[in-house]
Each structure stands twice: as C-alpha cells, then as structure tokens.
Design a protein around this ligand. Structure first.
Ligand code: PMP
Length: 277
C-alpha cells in the first residue's frame, strides 16, 4: 500500500498535511531524492543519500538527521508499505515559518512518499522513445536536486505536446541532459555522456551505467557533444531512476541509427536488470 510521512508521522497519501507556510510549498525552498526499491531492496541508497546531503549543503539546509538515521527511516517506511517494487520520494525543506525570503530559525521539514514503482509499458521499452531538443532555461546550479523544477516541467510538457517522451536540454551549443534524465550517445562502439559539472545532475543511474560499461569493457567517455553529434550517433539512450536505461530512437523527428534500440543500449539495459533483480 502506498504511504506517506511528514515530520515524524505516517499519514495517508491523501491527507492534507502540509501547513500553508511550509517553505517547500511556498518557495520550493528545498531539495529531494527519488530512490527505487526492487524486491524490497533499495538500489544505490548510499549514493542517493550522499547526493541529498550534497544538495542540502549547497543550499545551506541543515536536514537535522544524520545520514544513517534517514536511511533507517526510509527503510522502515518502505518495509511498512509492504511494496516490493516502489519509488520512494523524499523532500527536505527549510521548514514551516511565516513567509520571509530570509532563512527561518526552525527545523527542516521532511516528507516522504512510498508508491508502487511506475513501470514503462513493454512496447515503449522495446521500441524506444522520441525526444525533442529545447534550450536549457535552467539556472547555473543544476547539480543541486532542487525542488524548483519549473523549467524542467515546462520543457517536459512541451516535449509531451510534441508527442515526445523527453526534452533534451541544450546550453551553449551542447547537450546537457534531459528534463529528468541523463543523455548518452553511442558512436563506433563507444559510449559518450556529458561530463559532470554544475550544469547537470550527477545521475545515480548514469553512475550505475558507467560502472557497468567498465565491467563490460565498453569504452566510456565523459565529453560534451552537440545536437549534430546526437543526430549522427549510432545509438542514443537516456537514464534515470524511474526510466532505468531507455533507448531514444528519434530526435526532433529525425531517426537515430537504425530507428530501433541498438545493441549497446540493449546490453547495458540487460546488465542493469541483472544488478537490480
Ligand atoms: N537529470 C535530471 C535533471 C533529473 O531530474 C534526473 C532524475 N532524478 C536525472 C538526471 C537522473 O538522475 P537519477 O539517475 O539519479 O534518477
């Protein structure tokens, strides 16, 4: 059963629990994480927690719980949900205080939800997805997993309205990442992805794929690439906690490679499944 948690209490998913002056709600003043559970076990929980604390530090937010306390709390909630395959969302905000831009003197709020994981339909996985390239209108600190997702939401909606699964964000002539995914191209058997910087989120699935490529001795390069290189690639794929490894078969209406998920993408996906199952 799906369940929710807010500041010490387990609540019903539909309970109206967030106070009106909660800063996440009023300012988006907080950070978040999404962790997937497979067969009751979290995937790369430590890495997610480390990224959460990096994000919190970057916005000068004291979460008020040690990493291991938070880990225990998440594991307890996931176990309580009874869900084997679940998406756990966790938000940490600067708390509940009368509206004022300046930091309040109050404890952080923590909210968590555990819901059945959203599986992509098998035919989508088999066929791959379409993407559209859009300008990256986000700020300079995209390495922070901020609750402020307006540019991402607008880009994803635009992609959806154009019949696409994802918006691929372009800054200064280079591909950064998707609105909620990291982007990869495959050319001549080499996997290439945008290097980590403040302009992209250090995806945990990106890291998992990097480790898998190293294990399989597939060349893996972290080097910027242009929209043209993406269109000329043999294969393109994206990664995220919820999409895992997903083939991209067209961009801006132009076919990529054979127009079907390619062999390198399929191999990385299969090995990813071996890690999580
Ligand atoms: N980039 C952005 C902007 C995202 O929102 C996400 C999803 N959290 C990702 C990349 C992929 O990260 P992860 O693999 O950790 O889910």
């Amino acid at each position: 059963m799906a369940l929710a948690y807010f500041n010490g209490n387990i609540v019903d998913m539909d309970d109206p629990v967030i106070p009106i002056e909660e800063r996440g709600h009023q300012f988006g003043d907080g950070v978040y994480e999404v962790i997937r559970f497979y067969q009751g076990k979290p995937f790369m929980m430590r890495e997610h927690l480390e990224r959460l604390y990096t994000s919190a530090k970057a916005i000068r937010l004291e979460i008020g719980k040690q990493q291991n306390e938070l880990e225990t709390l998440m594991l307890e909630l996931a176990a309580k949900s009874g869900l084997e395959n679940a998406d756990l969302y966790m938000q940490a905000t600067r708390g509940v205080a009368p509206r004022n831009h300046l930091f309040p003197k109050c404890p952080a709020s923590i909210s968590i939800t555990v819901k059945p994981s959203r599986e992509l339909p098998q035919d989508v996985r088999k066929q791959g997805v379409q993407v559209v390239l859009l300008p990256d209108e986000r700020w300079q600190n995209c390495y922070i997993k901020s609750l402020n997702l307006l540019p991402n939401i607008l880009a994803k909606q635009e992609a959806f309205e154009q019949g696409c699964f994802e918006a691929v964000l372009v800054r200064d002539g280079f591909i950064m990442e998707g609105s909620s995914t990291n982007m990869f191209i495959v050319k001549d058997g080499k996997v290439q992805t945008t290097p980590l910087s403040n302009y992209i989120l250090a995806g945990i699935t990106r890291l998992a794929v990097k480790r898998i490529a190293e294990e399989l001795q597939v060349p893996f390069v972290e080097k910027p690439f242009t929209p043209e290189e993406l269109l000329q690639a043999d294969e393109v794929f994206l990664t995220s906690t919820t999409s895992e490894v997903l083939a991209v078969t067209s961009a801006d209406g132009r076919q990529i490679g054979s127009g079907c998920p390619g062999p390198v993408t399929r191999k990385l996906y299969e090995h990813f499944q071996l890690k999580v199952k």
